[in-house]
Design a protein around this ligand. Structure first.
Ligand SMILES: [Zn+2]
Length: 305
């Protein structure tokens, strides 16, 4: 009998312990778990992570090594979209592949936040294919546009997760200050240059050029995925020689052959810049990417002044 009593009381202790441990390790309702967020581009991942910090867990559909115009779906993308509380995109017809993905994931009510809302747009995207809308979608390459995008991201995170409003506001305003400081710093680097003319790989750079004072004389590609014709190449070569343009921008996401041919034919220098974070070393974050792009371009332009 004594043995039995002892056994029962042991059980009781074990049970109490179990309840106690469960209370310790299972999160309380409504607390803790970071908000699952999906974005279309790596640069949006950086922005959402900056504003959301520890309260969110963000993943991007496109990686930095792919072009923002071409998306290769992975089976894991559907799972991520199924779990997401909110999705952020650029809009302006850049991510035409998002809607079918959301239909396949059966998430008709997933909130989709278009971060280009309120940005002053520049006309002229790609002639054909994706991103063929009237407005150029590469808005994030102007840090002043990013200020508007950050405000939109902050608003959306507060709407989904009002509990952490104060943190989202604090993070967003700290980042706005960094953006302003960087813009001023980079403008000072560009200012001494006299010749700021460039040829770019595809029409990703009009917002960037406008903000920092570079002059895009032509684009190698007007369509992603197809090489320019021999005729178009001939026109480009004649233009570069005639106007004495000394710098060609190439992009790591696109085929390097054509910029190299143009450089060989004209003596112009090629400088790789990236519209997306994570494709070139040391550019995992937007602020570093912008510094890299401006400094690399200034460095090569300085040599040919
Ligand atoms: Zn593009």
């Amino acid at each position: 009998m004594k043995i039995l009593q002892c056994f029962v009381s042991k059980c009781r202790i074990t049970a109490v312990l179990l309840v106690f441990m469960t209370a310790l390790f299972v999160p309380k309702a409504g607390a803790a778990e970071p908000l699952p967020v999906v974005v279309t581009l790596p640069v949006l991942k950086d922005f959402v992570a900056v504003v959301g910090d520890a309260h969110i867990r963000v993943s991007t559909l496109i990686s930095g090594s792919e072009s923002e115009h071409t998306y290769t779906p992975k089976p894991s993308d559907l799972v991520r979209i199924q779990k997401a509380k909110v999705l952020f995109q650029i809009g302006l017809d850049l991510e035409l592949w998002v809607q079918p993905l959301i239909e396949n994931a059966d998430r008709p009510n997933l909130p989709i936040i278009t971060t280009s809302k309120g940005v002053s747009l520049i006309e002229g995207g790609l002639v054909d294919g994706h991103g063929h809308g009237a407005a150029n979608p590469h808005i994030w390459l102007d840090p002043q546009n990013v200020q508007i995008m950050i405000a939109e991201i902050k608003k959306a995170l507060i709407a989904v997760d009002p509990e952490h409003r104060a943190d989202y506001e604090k993070n967003a305003s700290a980042y706005l200050q960094k953006l302003e400081k960087l813009e001023a710093e980079l403008k000072r680097k560009v200012a001494p240059l006299k010749d700021k003319r460039i040829i770019t790989h595809h029409p990703a750079w009009p917002y960037f050029a406008k903000r920092f004072g570079f002059e895009i004389r032509s684009n190698i590609l007007t369509q992603i995925g197809s090489a320019p014709s021999a005729k178009k190449l001939g026109i480009l070569i004649r233009q570069i020689k005639k106007e004495k343009i000394r710098v060609i921008v190439s992009e790591p996401q696109l085929n390097q052959k054509i910029p190299l041919i143009l450089a060989e034919e004209t003596g112009a220098k090629v400088v790789p810049l990236s519209p997306l974070t994570g494709a070139l070393p040391g550019t995992d974050h937007y602020l570093d990417l912008m510094r890299y792009n401006v400094e690399a371009l200034v460095n090569v332009l300085e040599k040919v002044q």
